[in-house]
Design a binder for this molecule. Sequence first.
Ligand code: SF4
Ligand code: SF4
Length: 433
Amino acid sequence: MSTPGLKFTSEDYRGFLECVHCGLCLPSCPTYAENGNEADSPRGRIYLMKNVADGRLGISPTVARHLDLCLGCMACQTACPSGVHYGQLIEKARSVVEAQYSRPAVDRLLRRAMAAVLPYPTRLELALLPVRMLRAVGLGQVLESAWLRRLMPRKLQPTLSLVPVLPPLGSRHAPGEFVPAEGKRRYRVALLTGCVMSVLFSRTNQATARVLARNGCDVLVPRGQVCCGSLHLHMGFREEGLALARANLDAFSPDDVDAILINAAGCGAMMKEYDKLFAGDASCAARAESFTRKTKDMSEFLASIDLNTQFGEVKARAVYHDACHLAHAQKVRTQPRQLLQKIPGLELVPLAESDMCCGSAGPYNLVEPEMAQQLLQRKMDNLAKTGAQLVVTGNPGCILQIAQGVRERGLPMEVCHTVDVLDRAYQAARVSP
Ligand code: SF4
Ligand code: SF4
């Protein structure tokens, strides 16, 4: 639900004024790097927002277009020496666009459908049933056929290529509500299993629980947890996003655990913003503050403890791709690399532009497929030069996007999550004599 009449506030306006137009963020902005258009740069977008706030511009199709094309990757926030909080500005701008701009009907429907399905695991599983059934009877290639694509709205056509090999139906309920520590208990942690993550990557969630247990963690998976709210908030559906975030505040008890962990970069970035989202809400501000304080990405947590290094060998040449919401939004860059470097046999080689967005960016590759494809091709050009067999990253959207690029180019590469590689190394230790 959008909020009619929603406008920029004086606080937002102060945020616009923090931008001194130096342009130092421009080279790191993926959309500007691709099309060289000032209005598709951070500085240009802030200028547009300020003009809307001043009443000099309305939310015309052109203004909406430049704001929609922003990936929300936060690379500009990393680059900005003036500390402009671009993430907060663009998120507010998206809500203003949804409130004030009437999108073409197909766009509106597509966005609404995504917001109604993706963040809800049962609905997402139902939506994927036809894919599962076609693959089960050996007709999976129908999904790649040109005639099926012609029947679909143009923007939806690339989505079919994104659907990965699906884990068994119902496996999202594993690892259950509690996984005990192996050996002496050192920590008690809570895990958010995510929406898309739990449906498409339930195996990675199970690997996460195993890796944590191997490190002496009792792992709680609280009932009542839901999507972190980021999909809604990034599309400008603020009220729905806040409702989901509030449900998570009710489901988790931050004071009873050492950490609240997450293995999806986009969700972690949002959970670390709960304190700001609810700062003015006396009913839950304190709880949101302790929730945020306890939230950590898996790699951040594992790199901060005395890691169990009883690894077996994982013989592979690997590269690490920085998910935007881990590197730029959470500033977690060194920790996943440190963990991977501890695995015997794994050769970690550099990747050019490793922190340049791959085009996934939450629901971006579904609503802006052209720019998403351009950025994917740029990422694939860089990946192809490395000769890596493993592409490791910390976000489900990046895994889907890069795996699509790998399939299209026929590269001999596997794309997986950092925690999958750690789990593989622990499993290898179990089988080695
Ligand atoms: S969030 Fe990313 S795409 Fe958007 S302006 Fe900043 S760098 Fe560019
Ligand atoms: S956002 Fe920051 S880096 Fe970019 S133009 Fe403004 S002040 Fe400069």
